[in-house]
Write a protein that binds this ligand. Structure first.
Ligand code: KDG
Ligand code: MG
Length: 406
């Protein structure tokens, strides 16, 4: 069996997605997500100029060898662009492998370790009251875990705020322009506010729902240690990205001061980014996912390392990761022994029409389908109706104009 063609499809049904579509001489095709929000065309160029010419003629079933060939074949390896490009190819090859075997991919990863995948939804509000009501509506709809964010008083914009689930789904969408929106950040205002939010949510919702919060890389280690301590009475499932993920020493400081569990890793691209945090048990959940961490082949390696140290998976699943990534993530989530939680933000109907899939949501759980392969595809005609639009994620400045983390 041979690869005959690799297409790199860019489509924008509301936001940009990059998809790798591999064709073979036996007529079997596979798809992989290669979307890197705000830097999409860098991955497209990496794929088209460097990887695609190396793939035609290769055996699509040699997933491990192809992964090693693409990874080791670049002397300057790792990094988000490279690993997202490799992920797109690797995911498509696993899709083909499943179709050739006549089995859903989770079967090739060891079979079911669970009946379905527990997800968390995104609740948010312009006020604490709105955020509490939003969280309650998720619980009413069957969600067992809810991430809660609310606007920080005195700031014009706060990460993660949307008034309804549809608006919430749009809240990470880049502005429809090449220049980023500029937001203003105030750490003290945030630190004063965040514990009051969780005090109110627990008071209203009681002890049962699992609660999560995304700090989105905004604190120093010491500030994060303070926040973790102040959140302890509300028993969060995790405090996410309390510090910029590359400041790994800071996680030691956080661990020394608080029992609030920590999750990080959505911006990591390789096992080497995660290794120290996992081995020293400085985190409780590792948030790497298929598209940004080298595909199914490499993500499985990260999760196997994590399993040795009681670290659970908590894969990133915002709407800038396409349904192809979500489908692939669900196959991994279904199979691994150390699954923790899966982030889930429903895609828009336009996006779902471009990427028909067989996974479904019910009662707080996502269910993987039984189709051979990943159970997801790209409708090329539908995709062609949504041309690429230049877009950027926002940037953050402090009140005095200093550039800050977003
Ligand atoms: O593109 C950036 C988003 O994927 C990210 O900001 C979302 O932090 C995020 C999350 O936890 O979903
Ligand atoms: Mg996050």
């Amino acid at each position: 069996m041979k690869i005959t063609d690799v297409e790199v499809v860019v489509t924008c049904p509301g936001r940009n997605f990059v998809t790798v579509r591999v064709s073979t001489d036996e007529g079997v095709t596979g798809v992989g997500d290669a979307t890197l929000n705000g830097r999409e065309l860098a991955v497209v160029a990496y794929l088209r100029e460097h990887l695609v010419p190396q793939l035609v003629g290769r055996d699509p079933l040699r997933t491990e060898d192809t992964w090693q060939y693409l990874y080791r074949g670049a002397s300057w390896r790792r990094g988000p662009v490279t690993m997202t490009a490799i992920a797109g190819v690797d995911t498509a090859l696993w899709d083909i492998k499943g179709k050739v075997a006549g089995l859903p991919v989770y079967q090739l990863l060891g079979g079911r370790s669970r009946e379905a995948v527990t997800v968390y939804g995104h609740a948010s509000g312009a006020t604490v009251e709105e955020a509490v009501a939003s969280a309650a509506s998720y619980v009413d709809r069957g969600y067992r875990a809810v991430r809660v964010q609310s606007a920080v008083p005195g700031l014009d914009s706060t990460y993660g705020i949307g008034g309804s689930s549809a608006a919430d789904a749009r809240s990470y969408e880049p502005a429809d322009a090449a220049l980023p929106t500029e937001n203003v950040w105030d750490t003290e205002a945030y630190l004063a506010h965040a514990p009051t939010l969780f005090e109110a949510v627990r008071r209203e919702l009681g002890p049962a729902p699992r609660l999560l919060h995304d700090v989105h890389h905004r604190l120093t280690g010491n500030e994060a240690a303070r926040l973790g301590k102040e959140l302890e009475p509300y028993h969060l499932t995790w405090m996410e990205d309390p510090v910029p993920a590359e400041l790994q020493d800071a996680f030691r400081l956080i661990r020394q001061h608080t029992t609030t569990p920590v999750a990080t890793g959505e911006v990591f691209s390789s096992i080497y980014d995660c290794e120290l945090l996992i081995r020293e048990r400085l985190i409780d959940y590792i948030r790497t996912t298929v598209v940004h961490a080298g595909g199914i082949t490499h993500l499985r390696r990260i999760f196997d390392l994590a399993a040795l140290y009681d670290v659970r998976s908590g894969s990133h699943g915002a709407t800038d990761l396409s349904p192809v990534c979500l489908a692939a993530a669900l196959h991994v989530d279904t199979a691994i022994p150390n699954f923790g939680l899966q982030e889930y933000m429903p895609h828009t109907p336009e996006t779902d029409a471009v990427f028909p899939h067989d996974y479904w949501f019910e009662d707080g759980l996502l269910h993987v389908g039984e189709s051979p392969g990943l159970g997801v595809d790209i409708d090329l005609d539908e995709a062609a109706t949504y041309p690429y639009r230049p877009a950027s994620l926002p940037v953050n400045r402090l009140r005095d104009g200093t550039m800050f983390h977003w």
